[in-house]
Design a protein around this ligand. Structure first.
Ligand code: OGA
Ligand code: NI
Length: 335
């Protein structure tokens, strides 16, 4: 067996067709498969996920077009305090990493007008997106992708809830004004002389609940397999998304679900593109392990508001936010 097929045997492929079709048995089965994946490796692929290929193709094309602009042009939509916009090479350093990630990325979130009550109240990370006037095609392409992946995330969480033994609607009421963040990522080919401390993305866990990743055909994503203490490839599989548990869902499940280290090394000599979607709850949603069936005596974590947790994690990994916070004279990071 090749290394790749061995790896994919350990990262299961879960079919969402029946879940989307409202089939009770399929929902129960997918729930069990997801629970098994999340309590072991923390990663799985989904297929028949319902996101139209045309929406993916359009978003991919937009990503290629956007990152091809000169960096001075892209900086016209430099990331703002709401974490919307463009980050250049060197802007993100993962916890304990020696060097910044070798990637550029562009982030969007739920489009909210300036007069939205939460925006007016100053809720962190909320507000309008930071769309480029130099590329008007980006907004319709990326925002329709955002909506399609959001719908897929909702289906996925019905199966997750079922696997956790709670009502399939458990997450829906906690996602009414979701903190979904979608990032297009561009990995330039890593210079051949780069040392072993240089990563496209250094080893990290994701902060939020669940991540849905589209990756192009280049490959380079690797997942830490705790059982064998080794890195395994999560190779591109046509028509799939890679899904993984983030730290907030691990916390919500009192660590029954595992938030697994992963990294990207783009040693292909080619450009690599991916689109990561962090599908997270409403800012004020309490994340309390009791709500997912943890008994009082076993509970390891205090309840936390989903948004406060995510904000804290973004503040500590993003260099630009530390600089802004220092300028504002606060050690808490900016909101
Ligand atoms: C991330 C991530 C992987 C990739 O953005 O958190 O792990 O393939 N991305 O881009
Ligand atoms: Ni990640």
């Amino acid at each position: 067996m090749s290394a790749t097929s061995a790896a994919t045997a350990r990262i299961p492929i879960i079919d969402l067709a029946g879940v989307r079709g409202g089939d009770r048995d399929a929902l129960a089965r997918a729930g069990r498969e997801i629970r098994d994946a999340c309590t072991t490796i923390g990663f799985f692929y989904i297929v028949n996920h319902g996101v139209p290929q045309a929406a993916i193709d359009r978003a991919e094309k937009a990503a290629r077009q956007f990152f091809a602009f000169p960096v001075e042009t892209k900086r016209r939509v430099a990331v703002n305090r709401r974490h919307r916009g463009f980050n250049a090479l060197g802007d993100a350093t993962m916890y304990q990493a020696k060097r910044p990630d070798y990637k550029e990325f562009y982030s969007i979130g739920l489009e909210l007008p300036e007069n939205d009550p939460d925006v007016l109240a100053g809720q962190a990370l909320r507000g309008p997106n930071n769309w480029p006037d130099f590329m008007p095609e980006l907004q319709p392409a990326l925002y329709s992708y955002y909506e399609e992946v959001g719908a897929c995330g909702a289906d996925l969480l019905r199966a997750v809830a079922t696997g956790l033994g709670v009502s399939e609607d458990f997450f829906a009421s906690r996602y009414t004004k979701r903190m979904q963040r979608t990032q297009m990522v561009y990995y330039p080919p890593q210079p051949p002389q780069s040392d072993e401390e240089q990563f496209g993305v250094a080893p990290h866990t994701d902060y939020g609940c669940i991540t849905l990743l589209w990756q192009d055909r280049v490959g380079g994503l690797q997942v830490r397999e705790i059982a064998n203490d080794t890195w395994i490839d999560a190779p591109p599989i046509e028509g799939s998304f890679v899904v993984n548990v983030g730290d907030l869902l691990a916390r919500w499940t009192n660590d029954r679900f595992r938030s697994t280290l992963h990294r990207v090394i783009n040693a292909s000599g080619r450009e690599r593109y991916s689109i990561a979607t962090f599908y997270d709850p409403t800012y004020t949603s309490p994340v309390d392990p009791h709500d997912l069936g943890t008994a009082d005596a076993d509970c390891k974590y205090e309840p936390v508001a989903a948004g406060d947790y995510i904000l804290g994690r973004i503040n500590s990994s993003m260099g630009y936010r530390k600089k802004l916070a220092a300028a504002q004279g606060t050690s808490q990071g900016i909101e």
